[in-house]
Design a protein. Structure first.
Length: 465
């Protein structure tokens, strides 16, 4: 496969024609937005309903900034759950207006709003202001009385009635009390609206990773054609790993925006630690990784560490060179590709694409490339073809002898896809040194339909048949 073209100023298909966010309001997958003031337990409730730790939970106010979403499935029904930042929080990095915009968009998209209050602290003036704002909306509001965990919290629960949203739903998100019933009631309340098809099995999960300020959030917004995540020059703006579903040319994707990966010694608090952890986990749960490399900066140690992490996970990867609009006046594409192949030799199999997200330059081609890698990783080869390639490779170059013994291959079989995983039955695995294994992988990539994706090898001891 050749790299996407780099001499056209724009992609050849118009933006309006090729990309639409998967609907999260009426007419598509319904949306449930969780809102409230800071520290009432919105992210804890989000994770309880999702059944996993998706959003970062931390007692520090203002941790959530972007709209963090998760697709909830129940039998044939699907809905999108959205966590939001705390209404009224004054961000210490001057991002208040951006966070407020994300909250406003979540409210606009919502088919149902979960308004969370804290029954331990009781109602505040801010809770009452939020209630007034929500009453002006057309969408239904379900009042969630959180942190009801003992007799001392009953006064706060009773006070919640005064907000005028009917009977509050009593829960403790932290203790997972009442959250299962709440999840069931969400599907019941949405009724036929939630009768939407679940995401197909061939959805491409794209983990968008890279060092800080490499352009990850800008790319996500370009992919989905909306301001889905906050873009800022402030380092570390993205904290959660934000899943953003969208459709491009009839193909379904989920873009996973992640926190910029940084040196361990520069991680200053628990929020940054969990953000880094979720970025690492995003790589492991992706089908394809887009490794973003800033064209205006040299490849550094962090870039090489991320590349090594991707190699260890055996995930297909596209090396995406961002900000090419700023570099193409002084850099030649061929020279830059040669440079990348030299400094990131472990990704020698990975295709390279040059993009400019603000100009929409090469975005379509990059997505098509990612989809093709995903499909390559799903290919199966016959046992006969696999073993013919193994025999030819073994004849060309045998493993080095060790103490008078040499590794012998009996046969092999493919046992998995995504990534292609091959079990090779041999006389003794330790007789196949790392250099020969790398040689074998290169030959398999050249001879099988896996030219641009990693292959996992498992050597298993077995006597000759």
């Amino acid at each position: 496969m050749t790299p996407p073209p780099i001499d056209n100023p724009m992609d050849d298909v118009s933006a309006n024609e090729v990309s639409q966010p998967i609907p999260a309001a009426s007419g598509g997958i319904p949306c449930v937005a969780i809102v409230g003031r800071p520290n009432v337990g919105k992210s804890t409730l989000f994770n309880a309903l999702a059944g996993r730790r998706v959003a970062i939970e931390d007692p520090m106010a203002g941790v959530t900034r972007d709209r963090v979403s998760f697709l909830l499935d129940q039998e044939s029904q699907t809905l999108e759950l959205i966590d939001t930042g705390g209404i009224g929080h004054v961000d210490d990095q001057q991002l208040k207006s951006e966070v407020d915009d994300q909250i406003a968009m979540a409210l606009d998209l919502a088919d149902l709003i979960l308004f969370v209050v804290d029954c331990k602290t009781g109602l505040t003036t801010l809770d009452k202001d939020i209630a007034s704002r929500l009453r002006r909306l057309e969408q239904p509001v379900l009042l969630i009385a959180n942190k009801v965990e003992g007799a001392g919290d009953e006064a706060g629960f009773a006070e919640a009635y005064t907000l005028g949203f009917g009977d509050p739903v009593r829960i403790s998100a932290k203790e997972r009390l009442g959250t299962t019933d709440l999840r069931d009631s969400l599907f019941s309340r949405l009724g036929d609206v939630a009768e939407a098809p679940m995401m197909p099995a061939d959805v491409v999960r794209l983990a968008i990773v890279g060092r800080m300020n490499a352009g990850k959030s800008t790319l996500v917004n370009s992919l989905v054609r909306q301001e889905r995540v906050i873009v800022s020059e402030v380092a570390g703006t993205t904290r959660d790993a934000v899943d953003v579903p969208f459709v491009r040319n009839g193909r379904r994707f989920i873009a996973i925006d992640t926190a910029g990966i940084r040196k361990r010694k520069t991680i200053s608090d628990s929020v940054e630690f969990y953000g880094q952890s979720r970025a690492h986990r995003a790589i492991r749960r992706a089908n394809v990784v887009l490794l973003l490399l800033d064209a205006t900066r040299d490849v550094g140690r962090i870039d090489r560490e991320i590349a090594g992490m991707i190699v260890d996970c055996a995930i297909p990867v596209v090396m995406v060179v961002t900000k090419w609009d700023l570099a193409r006046e002084t850099a030649q594409a061929a020279d830059y590709e040669t440079y990348l192949r030299g400094v990131l030799a472990g990704l020698s199999f990975a295709p390279i694409t040059l993009i400019s997200a603000p100009e929409d330059f090469n975005i379509n081609a990059t997505l098509a490339l990612a989809a093709e890698l995903h499909d390559q990783a799903g290919e199966r080869v016959s046992t006969g073809e696999l073993n013919r390639v193994l025999r030819r490779t073994y004849e060309i170059r045998k493993p080095r002898a060790s103490k008078g013994r040499i590794g012998k291959i009996y046969y092999a079989s493919q046992v998995e896809t995504h990534p292609p995983t091959l079990v090779i039955f041999v006389n003794e695995p330790k007789l196949f040194e790392e250099g020969w294994r790398r040689f074998l992988i290169r030959r398999l990539q050249e001879s099988l339909p896996y030219g641009e994706i990693p292959i996992l090898l498992r050597f298993q001891q077995r006597g000759p048949s």
